[in-house]
Ligand binder design. Structure first.
Ligand code: SAM
Length: 411
């Protein structure tokens, strides 16, 4: 019960009206879930009720063109819905989730803490107008805009539904299964999938997502043993078993799940690819880690997370794709709490069993792949920014890892 009580959910939904699946006109947004005042809102309703809170922001698109967006802080609407927060909330602002779902099924999870970082200059806006004109049909009636990010949540357009209550209920139903799975987790999970109507639907959705994010086949194939081994090493080496971890370029969440399973960490799985975020959301539910693993679409070099946020930042096989590796590492440092540690790199952890290590190396040889070069200059580049506690750890198989600590007295 305690977990369920903590895991209070609220949802936003768009009512769909008339026409075929593709000709649907979305005219209002519904808030439901764990709120005292559920209701739906049209753009006109929002404009009238929140006239004093309307904001205009300027964003630069990928084509470098500027446009202005008009909206209100998402948190204003949630406050009007009167969230059912706990009576004696310990960190309620991290445990109350708002789930925003676009009508293509893409979900974004927010904690109240993220939405209220700075109430006056709220980071996440619910937008209905661009350059003084209503949004394009495919974005109506509302879309999100998150400040200070290059892409982040822009993908959540014409916001549709999540049934928060159902999700909470699902968690409740799963509890006995969780107890039963200790012996054979996979079998129990797939049995549960068969008996749960919602999961049957998810199977089709998951298949379509895998088609679009093929890396899933690697993370669930040859790389599968790497994640539990890396998670174990992280816990052994750094002892961060509570608080917040962030995996940068975490793809479908394999490392995030492994970490969440052996610790009490809440793990944010950040990836630039919306396909990865979507798969991670589906898998999170299947691993019964709803609320413990949170998938966020974001760029590692411009993170949609506040300063001093995470106890642990991890990243595997992603840095080499970042447009500016040093910038990404600085972002990791920015979001680390004082006393926090980051472990980011390429290859395998030292805890990986020899057999898998050999398989990975044979496979790389077959494919003519070489390990990415070690970024030897990185500590020097970072020291210019006052980041001093950085060292590179090299493995015998060509793996390399950047270990970075934020001093406990850092500001
Ligand atoms: C090879 S996969 C590795 C995934 C996972 N970390 C693992 O160890 O299996 C690289 C991932 O990094 C993500 N990625 C690439 N550039 C990124 C960026 N700038 N910010 C965040 N993620 C990024 C990709 O979308 C992809 O999911």
């Amino acid at each position: 019960m305690r977990l369920v009580r903590l895991f209070i959910l609220c949802s936003l939904a768009v009512l769909l009206f008339a026409g075929s699946a593709f000709a649907q006109v979305h005219t209002s947004l519904e808030i439901r879930g764990d709120v005292n005042k559920p209701r739906s809102w049209t753009v006109d309703d929002v404009k009238k009720q929140f006239a004093g809170e309307i904001q205009t922001v300027t964003k630069t698109g990928r084509d470098k063109k500027e446009s202005t967006l008009t909206g209100i802080p998402l948190i204003s609407l949630l406050r009007a819905a009167d969230l059912k927060l706990e009576e004696t909330p310990k960190h309620y602002d991290y445990s109350f989730f708002v789930i925003v779902q676009a009508n293509d099924g893409y979900r974004g999870y927010f904690t109240i803490a993220e939405l209220t970082l700075d109430v006056k200059d709220s980071p996440t806006l619910l937008v209905w107008e661009e350059n003084g004109k209503p949004l394009a049909d495919v974005e109506q009636p509302f879309r999100l805009f998150t400040r200070g990010t290059s892409r982040s949540m822009h993908g959540i357009m014409h916001i549709t539904l999540v049934d928060g209550n159902k999700l909470a209920a699902r968690l409740e139903q799963r509890r006995p299964v969780r107890a039963a799975v200790e012996g054979n987790k996979q079998a129990a999970l797939s049995e549960q999938g068969k008996s749960d109507g919602a999961f049957a639907q998810d199977d089709e959705y998951l298949k379509s997502l895998i088609e679009r994010f093929r890396f899933y086949n690697m993370s669930h194939g040859i790389f599968a043993p790497v994640y539990p081994a890396l998670a174990k090493q992280l816990v052994e080496d750094y002892g961060k078993t509570k608080g917040i971890a962030v995996d940068l370029g975490g793809a479908d969440g394999s490392l995030a799940f492994a970490l969440a399973k052996i610790s009490e960490l809440t793990v944010y799985n950040v990836d630039i690819n919306p396909g990865a975020t979507r798969i991670c959301n589906v898998l999170t539910d299947r691993h019964q880690l709803t609320g413990r693993v949170l998938a966020i679409e974001g760029d590692a070099t411009n993170l949609p997370l506040r300063d001093n946020f995470a106890d642990l930042v991890v990243s595997r096989n992603s840095m080499i794709f970042w447009p500016d590796m040093a910038l990404g590492v600085r972002e990791a440092y920015r979001i680390l709490k004082p006393g926090g540690v980051a472990f980011m790199g390429v290859g395998s952890p030292r805890t990986l069993d020899k057999e898998t290590l050999q398989k990975l190396s044979d496979r790389a040889k077959e494919n003519g792949r070489k390990m990415a070069p070690i970024p030897k200059d990185l500590p020097k580049q970072l020291s210019v920014f006052g980041i001093k506690q950085v060292r590179i750890i090299e493995g015998p198989d060509g793996s390399w890892w950047v270990e970075m600590r934020k001093p406990a007295n850092a500001k």
